[in-house]
Design a protein around this ligand. Sequence first.
Ligand SMILES: [Fe+2]
Ligand SMILES: [Fe+2]
Length: 398
Amino acid sequence: MFAVEDRAVQIAWAWLPSSDMTIEIGDQRLEVGIAPPAWYREARGGRPVRVQGGQPLPARAGPGAVTVGGLEPSTTYDVCLKGPGTPRTKVASATTLPKPPGRLLARFASISDCHIGERRLGLFNSLHDPRPRPRGMVPYPTRCARAAISEAESWGAELLVAKGDLTQKGTADELYAVIDIFRSAAIPVEAILGNHDIRGPLKAAEVMSSCGFPVSREPRARDLPGARLVFGHSPVPDLHVGAVSAPDAAAMARLARDTDGPVVVVMHHPPQRWLVETHYPPSISWPDSTRLVSGLVAANPATLIIAGHTHRNRRYPVGGLTVAEVGSTKDYPGQWAGYSVYEGGIRQVVFRVAEPSAIAWTESTRRVLGGIWGWWSPGRLSDRCWTLEWPNRVVAAS
Ligand SMILES: [Fe+2]
Ligand SMILES: [Fe+2]
């Protein structure tokens, strides 16, 4: 059970016993079972083997995900699976989230850490697209990002927010590839830069801005019905740690104060939770984090901070505010987040990117760091799916 909303859930699987399975939830039946793409490398007996398109596919079907709508809020459902040789078996249960208070006012989506231009992954660069790539296949960061945007649009997002590390090295080719992706979106795009974007010799902000995507380091705001988005700049050249200068923190607090409603602050780096950093890559430095968060709390206690950078899903309080990290589109589990803005709160739901060639890639990245990545990155359901009732009451999925 990867995601729960008030009226929908997303079920994801690493594999199924056959490609002819049925999932039952409530009174709905879904035929599922996706044969893995021909290039999908599946680990068997510890050795990666290629599943050839022309050869018989393995009995079991590849990774996939399906979103099931039409459910009732605050209701627990059994999820059952059946198919050839598999009797009807309960495999999971799901409890939908309650509906947040008031009317639904707006929906937006976020993507993070697309790293367009990355070619390989893993300690020994052992994970990569097939070489040569099959005709028509675009590199994995691009197909994951495009699929995430397409699925966010289908979900109903009216705005896309890209939270930095758009590129791997900030080169011209990579930046123009990002611009190409954003231009193909059917909804407006707001973007900020990450540490990877400012690695290159180019001024990424100037390139992006000249193509219609303003990513200047000065804080800025965009108002949606029911919430103001405030965008901040946190990357530092040649460093993984983030920083927010005193003038930037003051400007962000001003933007949070000068609005009647709640605020969602969008950063690449999250603020640091503890005095001592407990994970890698590092967040915004401790002094900058405390200054930023205390300024925001004083300016507008109905503030949520959303970030990327860590390629993992987490939710935690910092200085009285809720902070949500959402992982990368292209690393296991491969995700985007949908935000529903209500009169009385905001709901975050993190979905796996479900397009078959994207999820086949992200599933293969589960084994990075000897499999630790597959355990570390997804976070708990309560990290991914929750409602924040303004100013600071969290109702999380469980
Ligand atoms: Fe990143
Ligand atoms: Fe980053």
